[in-house]
Design a protein around this ligand. Structure first.
Ligand code: NAD
Length: 456
């Protein structure tokens, strides 16, 4: 763990060095019902405003985040481990897009009028009430931002429970928003057991991003009150490199998407299926690309990636790699011993679906390659997973497009990653998600839909 708890505070540690970066007060679990009651009280006035009024109240927070991007980005990187330019970029990205995002959310939740023969219906997107937003550590400002903004603009009040690994940047984010928000509209609670306690409390909606196992626990707990849930979970994203693919481009994408953020990305490329005719060339190019992903502390200018978040995560990745090697996988690059939480980016070839590394989420910098003999085999193997967040298909344009529609993932990139047009939802299929967010359809997941119909 990169965090340690004392009776009353939660220390956040630099994962590269173990130094204490700072601490926050642990929220007494017994206080959570009162915090939720305060949020419910604040919801009365907040929900009575229009979405556009709420958007306008939040808007200045964007400029404030941009103004403080360097300072907050450094805090983020010290606490989470990613290179400082990525930390700054994450904060600046949230700040610079905020104004457009709040407007997009306000627009999405406006009432819609439907007209029929002698009848008119108005579809309202009302707030649920109190939203618990529970978030992970891998993008420790972006993930709270993705959950908190739509919840607030839709008129809910929010109790944010950020990861206990990255409490400082989440606290700083909440503090910035709270410079502009009325009291009680956004509160934050810290700690591990505070997550389940918040789910149990009198909240109406739980917006969660994190692991599948935690998502399952939340869904079980939410069943009692039939609380609404939005679960954005883990994955095991495949990349297909088909005959006709640009091998250099595919290998460059594979390395970047397998190793960035030290592989600690929900849409990391974790499985790669390559047409046998391209296999040798692809593996050689991927190994060359892997060389540029040196791991080092956040302030090492030569480091492309940071450490693993904690020893447990490093041990999980090392175990999966060892198990794969025992079962016949070949190390093409990396897998060298590194001290502390650092881990060397690794390329494995000759993996099979008997290996845990092709089934369970790795969340580490390991690219696993398998040669395939046909498009059908590639599709079958890619879809042989309980997960389905993202996927990428590289190949001749029209073949890749039709293969993309055969993927069981929620988001598929053709000759690119999954990033798409503004307004696209961020959506996981199968066990990678339950409900979703982003884009007009995603924003409305934070709303109770109600319809009023009348004669005309
Ligand atoms: P995690 O599930 O361990 O923790 C996430 C959050 O849930 C933390 O704040 C934690 O304190 C809290 N929590 C833990 N147990 C809980 C419980 N029983 N009830 C309520 N809250 C509880 O995940 P993590 O290790 O922080 O993050 C990594 C995971 O997040 C990976 O699986 C990754 O794929 C996933 N992730 C998914 C997306 C997405 O968009 N789908 C984005 C980022 C990360």
């Amino acid at each position: 763990m990169t965090t340690a708890t004392t009776a009353a505070s939660l220390d956040s540690l630099n994962p590269a060095t173990g130094e204490v970066v700072g601490s926050v007060p642990l929220t007494p679990v017994g206080e959570i019902p009162a915090i939720v009651a305060r949020a419910r009280d604040a919801a009365k006035a907040w929900s009575a405003m229009s979405a556009q009024e709420r958007a306008d109240i939040i808007r200045p927070a964007g400029a404030r985040l941009v103004e403080r991007a360097e300072e907050l980005g450094e805090l983020l990187s010290r606490e989470q481990g990613k290179p400082i330019k990525e930390g700054i970029g994450e904060v600046r990205g949230c700040g610079s897009r905020l104004s457009d995002e709040v407007d997009e959310i306000a627009e999405a939740v406006r009432p819609q009028v439907l007209k029929g023969d002698g009848v008119r219906s108005t579809v309202y997107h009302d707030p649920y009430g109190v939203c618990a937003a529970i978030t992970p550590w891998n993008f420790p400002i972006l993930m709270p931002h993705w959950m908190v903004l739509p919840a607030l603009v839709a008129g809910n009040t929010v109790v944010l429970k950020p990861s206990e690994e990255t409490p400082l940047i989440a606290q700083a984010y909440a503090d910035v928003l709270n410079e502009f928000l009325p009291a009680g509209v956004l509160q934050i609670v810290h700690g591990r057991e505070q997550g389940p306690a918040l789910v149990k409390a009198d909240v109406d909606l739980i917006a969660f991003t994190g692991s599948k196992v935690t998502g399952q626990a939340i869904m079980r707990e939410a069943a009692d009150g039939l609380k609404r849930v939005i679960l954005e979970l883990g994955s095991k994203d495949p990349l297909l490199v088909l005959e006709g693919a640009d091998v250099d481009k595919a290998a460059e994408f594979a390395a970047r998407n397998a190793f960035r953020n030290c592989g600690q990305v929900c849409v990391s490329t974790e499985r790669i299926y390559v047409d046998r005719s391209l296999h040798e060339r692809f593996v050689a190019r991927l190994a060359e690309q892997a060389e540029s992903f040196t791991a080092g502390p956040y302030d090492d200018e030569n480091a492309a990636i940071g450490p693993m978040i904690h020893a447990k995560q490093k041990a999980h990745v090392a175990w999966q790699v060892e198990e794969a090697i025992t079962k016949g996988a070949k190390v093409v690059f990396g897998n060298e011993p590194r001290d502390g939480a650092f881990i060397s980016p690794t390329v494995l070839d000759g993996v099979t679906h008997d290996m845990d590394i092709m089934k369970t989420e790795t969340f580490g910098p390991v690219a696993c390659v398998m040669a395939v003999d046909s498009v059908d085999e590639a599709v079958e193997l890619a879809n042989d997973s309980e997960y389905g967040l993202g996927a990428a298909v590289f190949g001749e344009e029209s073949t890749a497009q039709s293969v993309a529609r055969r993927m069981t993932a929620g988001m598929v990139g053709v000759n690119q990653g999954i990033g798409g047009a503004p307004g696209m939802p961020w959506v996981g299929a199968r066990q990678s998600g339950y409900s979703f967010h982003a884009g007009p359809m995603g924003h409305r997941q934070f709303c109770q839909v109600r319809v009023v119909s009348e004669g005309t």
